[in-house]
Design a protein around this ligand. Structure first.
Ligand code: PMP
Length: 404
């Protein structure tokens, strides 16, 4: 039995008031909240063993190194990577994508092609455009339909022997669509292309198996799955990571430095220049443990119930339109009310203590596709309740009355 009231007690922030009203936090796709179990790990680190890692012989440094590396192993196990050194610790999804894009700049020529999807976040578009500018390679886009699903027949025709890299998010942050990454990967591999999957939105909902999916690169951020901001990981198959040049130069990533020539450290350190977010990496491991204790199947079932309930209730509101009606989607609802700007709805909801995101959600091409300036986005996590969905519905109806 999924005991949401018990789970909510783990999250101190959910007890607070905003604008004199109990907080209803429905902006989980932007960032998730942090349970006490993870906050305790952060406090423990700074209270008891704050030290730089991989360099000191002293005990604190060794303790911090062991716990940081344990965090890496937790990520490896959770995402079923073959080796721990295939997990590169990053500052988050964006940095992981840029690391790969930077690496490919020495592997691509002007005849090569990169495919992205129409459903991407800006962080999954801009680095590839920059890569194309540098190398002369061409960027192609898998189109989407009105339901917010990728048109897979068109993907098939875009692929060719010139395709070197396919880039797609696992789940769209703007619409919640779950993309058919298995098929995308299988077809890309048939023409010899590598696939990078952006798991920023998927990581709190789906336990992605790197080996079963035969993924080449996968990126995600801790803050989307109950961990802190400023830390994430890049998974890369060992062969690919060995082929890519380092991203940044500095301490920690070298084997030997002379003014004539520097040799690089082995994986994963080759890509980890400088002092990392040590506390963040340790807390990331704790966040994964926390979510696994609840269980990803239970989370998915519960969130699906919330999604169905919220969708049915929202659609009862006259003039309300939901964007993104894919059959396969997670608990994100992007909507607009006829004749009302999304920003105005978001502002009024905030006055009622309800946090939603408004705007283009860093996915302007999707908004352009629907010919809208943006949407109101309510995104649910496993600690949200039906009562909070009801608060959203009441809030939207009130806002509609005030604004029409
Ligand atoms: N991709 C997607 C699909 C996202 O939702 C986000 C965060 N909104 C990012 C990439 C970027 O993640 P971060 O800001 O943590 O680097």
């Amino acid at each position: 039995m999924f005991n949401v009231e018990k789970i909510r007690q783990d999250f101190p922030i959910l007890q607070r008031q905003v604008n004199g009203k109990p907080l209803v936090y429905l902006d989980n796709a932007a960032t998730s909240q942090t349970p006490q179990q993870v906050i305790d790990v952060i406090v423990d680190y700074y209270s008891n063993y704050n030290a730089n890692i991989h360099r000191g012989v002293h005990s604190l440094s060794q303790e911090a190194t062991d716990k940081y590396e344990a965090g890496r192993h937790t990520i490896q196990k959770h995402f079923n990577a073959k080796h721990a050194h295939e997990i590169i610790m990053t500052a988050g999804t964006t940095q992981g994508i840029n690391l790969v894009a930077n690496g490919f700049s020495s592997l691509l020529t002007k005849d090569d092609e990169i495919i992205v999807s129409a459903l991407e976040h800006h962080s999954n578009i801009v680095p590839w455009q920059m890569l194309c500018e540098k190398t002369g390679a061409t960027l192609k886009v898998i189109p989407m339909n009105m339901a917010g699903e990728l048109i897979m027949d068109d993907y098939g025709t875009l692929l060719s022997k010139n395709t070197k890299l396919v880039f797609v998010n696992h789940i769209s942050n703007a619409l919640g669509t779950i993309n058919p990454i298995e098929e995308i990967i299988r077809k890309a591999h048939q023409v010899g292309a590598a696939v990078l999957v952006d798991g920023a939105q998927a990581c709190p909902h789906i336990k992605a198996d790197m080996q079963a999916l035969d993924i080449d690169f996968y990126v995600a951020s801790a803050h989307k799955m109950c961990g802190p901001t400023g830390v994430g990981f890049l998974y890369g198959k060992e062969d690919w990571l060995n082929k890519l040049p380092p991203y940044q130069g500095g301490g920690e990533m070298i084997a030997e430095v002379t003014f004539e020539k520097t040799t690089y450290a082995d994986l994963p350190h080759k890509f980890e220049a400088g002092t990392p977010n040590i506390c963040g990496g340790i807390a990331f491991g704790a966040a994964i443990d926390y979510m696994n204790n609840i269980g990803f199947n239970a989370i998915a079932r519960y969130e699906h119930e919330l999604l169905e309930y919220a969708t049915t209730e929202l659609l009862k509101i006259e003039g309300l339109k939901i964007y993104g009606t894919a059959k396969n989607k997670t608990s994100v609802i992007s909507f607009n009310l006829e004749g009302i700007h999304p920003y105005d709805i978001g502002t009024l909801l905030d006055k009622m203590g309800i946090a939603v995101r408004t705007g283009h959600h860093c996915a302007q091409p999707i908004m352009n596709f629907y010919k809208i300036p943006g949407t109101v986005r309510a995104s649910f996590a496993f600690y949200n309740t039906k009562a909070e969905v009801d608060a959203l519905i009441t809030g939207v109806i009130k806002a509609q009355m005030m604004l029409s």
